[in-house]
Ligand binder design. Structure first.
Ligand code: SF4
Length: 258
């Protein structure tokens, strides 16, 4: 059975697809302000100032839909501090739990968030779990999980934390503090993944490529440097080949001319 938050959202969206639905003027105004703020942040804000994450337009739409669906939002976009020094802003508090709203690629939506909590933490290179548990712990509340929207299809899913979360809470809050201390002490950055051999038609090509997590990572250029190249698969003769992040090319494409 789906989560009560998801049930409310799906009922609302389904109804909105069939007929007019009521959305209060206050909610529409609030949504407009959130979108303006997201656009300013994206395009016009000074880059040198203190960095603060704000909602994307998809996340702002998600807040509007949650509220219009009748989900009781207790607080949102609240700045918190953990251990007196780790600062952040959580997305939303529902049912006395802190939730993170994420817009996800179709791949991450299907293969990660829709598969449940254990799949997300199995391969959590971006520290989603640490972030969620730490924000919740700052407020002395439980972390509920992720409310996720598929960027392409607009589908929703809820990736809920397990009922007994104490062991996860402890583990991920400690991990967040360790990361923070490493950054504070300016410790040398250590990559969390290596590159991998490239295969084409089940045979090694001799080239090296980024693994799946790195290829989706927003920090890959910073992490791997400017030498990584996003190119069509080098051995493919397809008219529309797959594009791949290469770290090392020893077997480049051979151009053929008619
Ligand atoms: S690109 Fe770097 S930071 Fe990103 S997942 Fe890969 S190793 Fe980690």
């Amino acid at each position: 059975m789906s989560h009560p938050i998801l049930q409310k959202v799906q009922t609302f969206l389904e109804k909105a697809g069939r007929q007019k639905v009521k959305i209060s003027d206050d909610l529409i105004e609030e949504f407009g302000e959130a979108c303006k703020s997201a656009i300013r942040k994206q395009f016009t804000d000074e880059r040198g100032g203190k960095f603060r994450l704000r909602m994307s337009n998809i996340e702002a739409s998600a807040m509007l839909i949650l509220k219009a669906s009748g989900v009781e939002v207790q607080s949102e976009q609240k700045s918190v501090t953990h251990s007196g020094e780790i600062e952040g802003t959580y997305d939303v508090e529902i049912d006395n739990k802190i939730w993170d709203i994420k817009s996800a690629s179709p791949f991450a939506f299907d293969k990660k968030f829709s598969q449940g909590f254990n799949t997300v933490i199995e391969d959590d290179a971006f520290g989603y779990a640490s972030q969620g548990f730490m924000y919740a712990d700052s407020e002395d509340k439980d972390f509920g999980g992720w409310i996720v929207i598929n960027k392409s299809t607009g589908e929703w899913c809820i990736t809920e934390t397990p009922l007994n979360i104490d062991e996860y809470k402890e583990k991920y809050v400690v991990a967040a503090k360790d990361n923070f201390n490493s950054i504070k002490k300016n410790k040398k950055f250590k990559r969390c993944f290596t590159d991998v051999d490239e295969y084409f038609r089940k045979a090694k090509t001799g080239n090296r490529v980024l693994g799946l997590t790195c290829s989706y990572c927003p920090y890959k250029k910073k992490c791997w440097g400017d030498e990584i190249e996003y190119l069509p698969q080098q051995q493919s003769q397809a008219r529309d080949p797959k594009w791949v992040w290469y770290t090392k090319i020893t077997n480049p494409r051979v151009e053929t001319y008619d």
